[in-house]
Ligand binder design. Structure first.
Ligand SMILES: C[S@@+](CC[C@H](N)C(=O)[O-])C[C@H]1O[C@@H](n2cnc3c(N)ncnc32)[C@H](O)[C@@H]1O
Length: 228
């Protein structure tokens, strides 16, 4: 019989008795897989195993994220939804609160819309995260912005969106892919530069997680927004 322990609000440690560290979320849509994830039933509750190899947020939790800003009841803006792997877990966590998820590739958006089926709090938005004004009529003020877009101007995109949508004292979480910024530069130099851009533009960095071995040359930064 699997054992379940709540690690963060609505994020669970799942012990399947094989010594492997696993996390999961309570499925908002029982019996539905989004990306082939394992489903585990414990005491009439279904959990979806959160694969850290397919989700940078999942990898960050396994690698020691100190505090999880996304909680039950959090309003979230998610930038770079892709086909919905991580957004689906984020929606499970937020539970009855909206998760607005922006993706700019129409083909991927079609897959994403399928994975949103049944998750009534997950709102797909076809849009460019560089142009927050284009979805300002849909998105409200949020508690957390999570960004995973793999673009050269990753930190600027977060700041632009924070100015439009992030509540004062809200959290910005950003997965930085060093190679998207500059393939030739040392990743550490890139991480430091992206962090500095965030700090100079209204974020106080409170956590930084290297997500190797799940993803090479990726860091996740967590910052608190001063509302400017
Ligand atoms: C690494 S994937 C995201 C994976 C997803 N976050 C997950 O964990 O399930 C990056 C996604 O960002 C999208 N993207 C890149 N630039 C974007 C932009 N400016 N606006 C919106 N989406 C963007 C890409 O099309 C791609 O689907």
């Amino acid at each position: 019989m699997a054992k379940v322990k709540e690690k963060f609000d609505n994020v669970f440690e799942l012990d399947l008795g094989d010594g492997i560290e696993r996390i999961g979320t309570k499925s908002l849509v029982p019996n539905k897989r989004v990306y082939g994830e394992k489903l585990v039933n414990v005491k009439n509750t279904e959990y979806r195993v959160w694969n850290p190899n397919k989700s940078k947020l999942g990898a960050s939790i396994i690698n020691g994220l100190k505090e999880m800003p996304i909680k039950k009841g959090s309003k979230v803006l998610y930038l770079g939804a892709s086909a919905g792997t991580t957004p689906s877990h984020v929606a499970d966590i937020a539970e009855d609160s909206p998760v607005y998820a922006v993706e700019f590739a129409p083909r991927i958006m079609r897959e994403f819309i399928e994975s949103c089926e049944g998750r009534k709090n997950l709102f797909p938005i076809l849009g460019d995260a560089n142009k927050p004004d284009e979805y300002a009529n849909i998105v409200e003020k949020v508690d957390v912005i999570f960004e995973d877009v793999a673009q050269p101007n990753q930190a600027e995109i977060l700041i632009k969106n924070a100015k439009w949508f992030l509540k004062e004292g809200g959290y910005g979480m950003i997965s930085i892919k060093a190679r998207s910024v500059d393939v030739t530069e040392n990743p550490r130099v890139i991480f430091e530069a992206q962090k500095e851009i965030m700090e100079q533009n209204g974020f106080k960095i409170v956590d930084a997680i290297n997500i190797e071995p799940f993803e090479k040359d990726h860091m996740l930064f967590v910052g608190i927004w001063n509302g400017q």
